[in-house]
Design a protein around this ligand. Structure first.
Ligand code: UD1
Ligand code: MG
Length: 499
């Protein structure tokens, strides 16, 4: 089912009306406020625009400078493949049609994105040629088309929306180009904007650096490569592009001058350098990660989280944090973590796929692996690893323990050095520890095993059988003692040494 009707002149107003919603969403877009965000989505505020939005994402480049066997756009930022950041923004925007133009390593992309639609560009003959490769996939599509790049992943939904709005501001506008003013304009294509226009002005042409005159090279407004084009015009414009230029390539950028030549309008909209940053090397990937992390830290603090040393805390794209959470130095969040209100995460903890309930305390030096669910008021202390286990309300696992494939009942106390022996080399087995049970230090719980409510297990036990509720289980060898034996032993040996 189509969510939009085909573009009409009434689009203009609706696209603009949409903006405040998108700005709001942009502020909420990290998962810290995910509930609000999904609320926006549920309410369908992104489907208010009348013109359908499609996207062509170019990802046919070789990515040589990454020096990787993995496709460039599958490298992660904030724990998520860069291409997914982009697809996610497009979904938020409500783009109903998304085509990925791929070449080398396309199998990797097909495997990583089984639901995506692909078009093949082989061989790569330039950006204009790459967009043309998506023509069949977009046959009959009459909406607006965004042209994006898999390796420019941090473009926000609200920026895309701003471009769509600009595209409909005037009926004769054929396309919108996203420009930026980098600290170093280097060899970017330059945007030639009509004089006496401000930042979002009428665009005359894009000149590639190689073809630019000395005067044009002094222009600081550069081409990010990203465009929004009216779908009914895009492929006709592209057909007129040739490869008579310094690189012998079909330049997408030529469609600006071609559209102008037909008496149509082109507009430049500006974004920050950070937002349109392209990722071509590991160093640029690290830079993008740093920008992403800095944004997440600021958002976390704005949302009521204390970060004792912000620069050392690493978030995932989907980290959910409650209010009055305190996070110590050097804490790492892998994907899939939810932290509820008033939780304390002490220094040097590593969390992934875990949920931590209200008022619970984790670390220092704790590791929560996927499936760890620490319920309200529970404590997981130093050098404790928890995997696929529920630690019920108020339970304590304070020191040096491994708890995997288990449930620790309410208020139970797990002594230092306790291990759930969950793996027999072939299968994983479950350990169930009842409410209020007390497990003495250095106990090995050989799963599958159940410790009843209120039971006590003596320190150093190796438990291989179920323990009844309120029973005491001790499996270590009985204590024996020989009075004066040690003294006699030393005496005997001293004599031997003398002789
Ligand atoms: C392009 C722009 C330039 C802009 C710059 C921003 C053109 C002609 N020039 O230049 O104005 O300032 O990007 O970074 O568009 N790609 C394909 N198939 C191809 C060629 C490219 O998929 O045949 C993809 C690449 O994977 C890459 C992107 O398009 O992601 C840009 O291509 P690139 O060759 O880097 O263009 P630039 O010369 O940098
Ligand atoms: Mg480039």
């Amino acid at each position: 089912m189509r969510l939009f009707s085909v573009a009409t002149s009434g689009d203009r107003a609706s696209a603009l009306e949409l903006l405040p919603c998108l700005w709001q969403f942009g502020r909420d877009r990290n998962a810290l406020n995910r509930e609000t965000a999904s609320g926006w989505l549920r309410k369908g505020l992104f489907h208010m625009a009348k013109s359908e939005i499609g996207a062509i994402i170019l990802a046919a480049g070789m990515g040589t400078r990454m020096k990787s066997a993995r496709h460039k756009v599958l490298h992660a930022i904030g724990g998520r493949a860069m291409i997914r950041h982009l697809l996610d923004s497009l979904n938020r925007l409500g783009a109903s049609k998304q085509v990925l133009v791929v070449g080398a390593l396309k199998e990797q992309l097909e495997e990583a994105l089984p639901d995506a639609e692909f078009a093949i560009q082989d061989p790569p003959l330039g950006t204009g040629h790459a967009v043309l490769a998506a023509r069949d996939a977009l046959a009959g599509f009459a909406g607006d088309i965004l042209i994006l790049y898999g390796d420019v992943p941090m473009v926000r939904a609200e920026t895309m929306s701003r471009m769509i709005a600009a595209l409909h501001e005037r009926d004769d506008t054929a396309l919108v180009v996203l420009g930026f003013t980098p600290r170093d304009p280097a060899q970017y294509g330059r945007l030639v904007v009509a004089k006496n226009k401000s930042a979002d002005g009428a665009l005359e042409a894009i000149v590639e650096f190689r073809e630019a005159t000395a005067d044009q090279r002094r222009i600081r407004l550069c081409n990010s490569g990203i465009m929004a084009v009216k779908g009914a015009l895009l492929f006709d414009l592209l057909e007129k592009v040739d490869n008579q230029n310094a690189k012998g390539e079909y330049y997408l950028t030529d469609i600006v001058a071609i559209a102008r030549g037909q008496g149509r309008g082109a507009v430049a909209v500006e974004a920050s350098e950070e937002e349109v940053m392209g990722i071509n090397s590991r160093a640029e990937l690290a830079e993008a990660e740093a920008i992403f992390q800095a944004e997440r830290r600021t958002e976390a603090m704005e949302a009521g989280v204390t970060l004792l040393d912000p620069a050392t805390v690493y978030f995932s794209h989907d980290t959910v944090l409650g209010k009055d959470v305190t996070i110590g130095p050097s804490v790492f969040f892998g994907p899939g973590v939810t932290i509820h209100d008033r939780v304390m995460i002490h220094a040097f903890s590593h969390l992934e796929g875990a949920e931590v309930g209200e008022g619970a305390s984790v670390g220092p030096f704790a590791r929560l692996r996927p499936g760890a669910h620490i319920k309200a008021g529970a404590k997981v202390g130093n050098f404790v690893e928890i995997k696929k286990a529920v630690i019920e309300e108020g339970a304590k696992v304070n020191h040096l323990a491994y708890i995997g494939d288990a449930r620790i009942g309410k208020g139970a106390n797990i002594g230092a050095g306790t291990i759930t022996c969950n793996y027999d080399g072939f299968n994983k087995h479950f350990t169930d520890i009842g409410e209020g049970a007390f497990i003495g230090s250095n106990t090995a719980l050989v799963a599958p095993v159940t410790i009843g409510d209120g039971a006590i297990v003596g320190a150093g036990s190796v438990v291989t059988k179920d323990v009844a509720a309120n029973a005491l289980a001790v499996t270590r060898a009985a204590h024996t003692e020989k009075e004066g034996w040690a003294e006699k032993f030393r005496h005997r040996n001293a004599k031997d040494e003398e002789s």
